[in-house]
Ligand binder design. Structure first.
Ligand SMILES: *Cc1c(COP(=O)(O)O)cnc(C)c1O
Length: 387
């Protein structure tokens, strides 16, 4: 744009540049993208943040020092090299079987997009139970695939007959199963997952983002299941800010996905910091175990609130339905005014009506949440077991 400014048409001078850009964007950007709302990331400053399934605990000083030293030693002027050392460390830290291929992503979000991109021609079907992780549907849309959500039962469990019928009807290229599921917290029975693996004509992605809080993993079979890959992230384990996810599966699948991966998708700082932190993985494991131990007492205390029903969870969050006098929206607003941030679903999925999703926090945070809810729901402070 080095033309003579005096050459600009007079009409352009009276139209604001922003309006012009809006017109051009409206005429150029895909219509389906224009119709979407951007994924909104909450900002919850100075309160109690229980809306994003983050680990609430800090890293100890010694680990932070190790991180600082690793960052200091990193050459920022060089492009990331093949992360062989990190592959080795991830294999060891997370028990990735020897025969499995391994692919890294800028968060597991990116890997979800890459899988759909690699597998789906325009119009091909991506299928998942619904409600589940919203990125599954977004990845399908962005890549011109057709998303089919198979509703969970009214009790928010997997509807296996409906899944099998939908698989037969739609012949999906990719099926996403979050195990445990977000936002419900449930862990589908292994026999049901196996039935889906047997019926799937394409790939099944087993998303184990919440595996650190569950008893089951498909990772030992990541090399031998012919039509499945196992997706993991370090986000829920305590490193959400780092943006690192990994995909394990038969090399025949992983090699194809590697072709659509942006070459430098995992940056040198992520690599260096993760290597440093994984040397202290016992710290993360300890924090996860603590969150997990606090889950059932918190669930019991929440269930004692008037009108509240708590869905069983194998993750680091609880889905709570408020069917008393105050609905979830009112409870959400009241918590917000006390600077306690949880996740509401508005008019999204009907199955989530009046539900709030609440991350497990520190004991002090959990106690503050319970005290606030007791006040909001108008009940004298009861001596609940977890308070
Ligand atoms: C949070 C979440 C992820 C995203 O993880 P990132 O690695 O932070 O992108 C993936 N899958 C499910 C089911 C999640 O809830």
């Amino acid at each position: 744009m080095n033309g003579d400014p005096r050459g600009a048409a007079p009409a352009a001078a009276v139209t604001r540049p922003g309006d012009q850009a809006a017109g051009r964007a409206a005429a150029t950007v895909r219509r389906d993208i224009q119709a979407l709302a951007a994924y909104s990331v909450g900002h919850a400053e100075g309160g109690i943040k229980l809306d994003a399934m983050e680990n609430p605990y800090d890293l100890p000083e010694a680990v932070r020092d190790a991180v600082a030293a690793a960052v200091r030693a990193t050459a920022l002027n060089r492009y990331p090299a093949d992360p062989a050392a990190l592959r080795q460390a991830v294999r060891q830290a997370f028990d990735v079987p020897a025969g499995a291929g391994l692919l890294f992503g800028n968060g597991s979000d990116e890997l979800i997009h890459l899988i759909v991109q690699a597998c789906c021609e325009p119009g091909d079907v991506v299928l998942a139970p619904a409600p589940s992780f919203v990125i599954f549907e977004m990845a399908a849309r962005y890549n011109h695939a057709r998303y089919v959500g198979v509703p969970l039962t009214a009790g928010l469990e997997l509807d296996l007959p409906a899944m099998l019928a939908a698989i037969a009807a739609h012949r999906p290229k990719v099926i996403f199963l979050a195990l445990p599921n977000n936002p419900t917290g449930g862990l589908w029975p292994a026999a049901d997952v196996q039935a889906i693996l047997d019926a799937a004509p394409g790939l099944v992605v087993i998303d184990e983002a919440y595996q650190p809080f569950a008893d089951h993993t498909w990772m030992p079979r990541a090399a031998t299941l012919p039509n499945a890959v196992v997706l993991r992230t370090v986000s829920k384990l305590g490193l959400a800010g780092l943006r690192f996810g990994y995909l394990a599966g038969p090399p025949a699948w992983i090699g194809e996905f590697d072709k659509v991966r942006p070459p430098y998708n995992v940056d040198v700082l992520t690599e260096a910091v993760l290597l440093a932190v994984l040397r202290h993985k016992d710290v993360l494991d300890g924090q996860a175990a603590r969150l997990r131990a606090d889950r059932e007492p918190l669930a019991r205390a929440l269930a004692e609130l008037p009108g509240a029903t708590v869905h069983p969870s194998a993750a680091n969050f609880l889905l709570v339905r408020f069917s008393g006098e105050l609905g979830a929206d009112a409870v959400h607003q009241a918590l917000k005014s006390r600077k306690i941030w949880v996740r509401a679903f508005g008019d999204g999925d009907a199955l989530l009506k009046n539900c709030l999703r609440i991350s497990i926090g520190t004991p002090a945070e959990n106690a503050a949440l319970l005290a606030a809810l007791r006040e909001i729901l108008g009940r004298a402070p009861a001596r609940a077991s977890a308070a």
